[in-house]
Design a protein around this ligand. Structure first.
Ligand SMILES: [Zn+2]
Length: 452
């Protein structure tokens, strides 16, 4: 019971066509077409020719070949924005859409941890995880995402349940959404035999090694152990780091000291924003030296950080995006949790992520290179060649929006976008929440508890 979403333009079902008067954020182009002018807001108006699923040519608007016999069909976008399909580099598909049966009692981080732990123990069978993950993937696809890195709760018996489900889904979704998985366990797991078995399991699935890094007396030993395991299997590393407002949370600095050459990504790093300037400067130097990239999760951070029931929050929860970017640290933003105890909202929509990130972290005035934070940069962090950019020879995986200038693009939800995959408009269907009622509605769950 899904309803197809309307688009604002019709894309002809032919192999060759031209998208005229497309407004493209300049940092998303592989090269500025000759004669194109970049507006003070960093936007370029261009004509894109699509042939056989790829972008054949990007020309300044009005500069494409003159119409004549055999010239491609024109679609006039009337200055609507065109983006490459987006890349969601940090999400939790395995937790998603559990809100109804496992809401966060007080909205706090502690409440989220406890709620998900109980929900996982009670409900996370292979079928439960598979159906909720598939639901999230269908949302992502309809909104125009082409690649996702999801963290998977992997402690204890859950690894043997969730990783095979992930591998089946990755196969099913191949060609539509490129999927990567990262283990999510307490860092201590890598101190013992469970960590060795987990690293082997991750390697078998061609995954990424990850954990929750927080400061403890053994943190340096544990980080060394985890990186050694990652090295032994040739795996990348992606950590949850310092997701708190605790000024003593400095796992990022410890990690930077432990890293030498691997491609390491660190998510959250919230506490950096509340630490003293000299502490921040030391950590940033270490991060630059170690070549660590950072993924900020603004929507989840805004929801969880600085939440004390009954008290108004005083900070926005996000890390130092501008200061990191100023030091040339690669910074991406991503969705994180979706409708679970860590974040009660969300729809796996990377435009929503960008819109909210722009507001929460002041990524506007100017927008500068920030459109890359949901496109080209996460593609680099995930090792996806050619993704997240617009340019000749690249796949015509594009999202066409009605909104022209930034304010138009980011003011309305832009539900009526058109998503092109390999040059063809996809049918955009968002799954109906009712599909999951038997898994997550409190009444269904009550029925399970009472053996009904
Ligand atoms: Zn996360």
């Amino acid at each position: 019971m899904t309803t197809p979403l309307a688009g604002f333009v019709t894309i002809p079902g032919v192999p060759t066509f031209r998208l005229r008067n497309a407004t493209v954020p300049a940092p998303l182009l592989t090269a500025l077409p000759p004669g194109a002018r970049v507006s003070p807001d960093g936007l370029v108006v261009a004509d894109l020719t699509v042939r056989d699923g790829r972008i054949e040519d990007v020309a300044a608007a009005g500069g494409a070949a003159v119409d004549g016999p055999g010239s491609p069909v024109d679609v006039d976008l009337q200055h609507g924005q065109v983006w490459p399909c987006m890349i969601d580099a940090h999400t939790h598909l395995d937790k998603g859409h559990t809100w109804e049966r496992a809401p966060n009692p007080d909205g706090t981080f502690g409440g989220a941890i406890r709620t998900v732990m109980d929900d996982r123990a009670a409900h996370w069978s292979a079928e439960d995880v598979r159906r909720r993950m598939d639901f999230g993937l269908r949302c992502s696809f309809a909104h125009g995402t082409r690649a996702i890195r999801t963290h998977l709760d992997s402690a204890g018996p859950q690894a043997a349940i969730s990783w095979p489900v992930f591998e089946v889904l990755r196969k099913e979704w191949a060609g539509r959404i490129e999927l990567q998985a990262v283990s999510l366990v307490p860092l201590q797991v890598f101190g013992g035999p469970e960590g060795e078995a987990l690293a082997a399991r991750i390697a078998a699935a061609n995954g990424v090694v990850g954990a929750v890094g927080y400061v403890s007396p053994e943190i340096d030993t544990l980080l060394d152990r985890m990186l050694a395991l990652a090295s032994a299997y040739g795996l990348d590393v992606d950590l949850h780091c310092d997701e708190s407002g605790d000024v003593g949370a400095r796992a990022l600095a410890h990690l930077a000291r432990a890293v030498r050459r691997r491609r390491v990504v660190c998510g959250h790093c919230c506490s950096l924003a509340v630490q003293a300037p000299e502490v921040v400067a030391e950590t940033l130097d270490l991060v630059v030296e170690a070549g660590i990239s950072v993924i900020s999760l603004p929507m989840c951070n805004l929801y969880l950080q600085d939440r004390v029931p009954g008290r108004t929050p005083r900070w926005r929860g996000v890390t130092l995006l501008h200061e990191l970017a100023a030091r040339r640290v690669r910074v991406a933003v991503a969705s994180d949790n979706c409708r679970d105890a860590f974040h009660g909202y969300g729809d796996h929509d990377m435009l929503e992520v960008f819109r909210e990130a722009a507001r929460i972290a002041h990524l506007d005035r100017p927008f500068g290179d920030w459109p890359r934070a949901v496109t080209a940069t996460p593609a680099e962090l995930m090792g996806l060649a050619g993704a997240g950019r617009i340019g000749p020879g690249l796949r015509a995986d594009l999202v066409l929006f009605e909104g022209r200038a930034w304010s138009e693009l980011l003011s309305r939800p832009q539900g009526n976008r058109v998503v092109l995959r390999n040059g063809r408009a996809i049918e955009r269907r968002l799954p109906d929440y009712r599909e999951l009622d038997d898994l997550v509605s409190p009444r269904a769950v009550e029925g399970v508890r009472h053996g009904a």
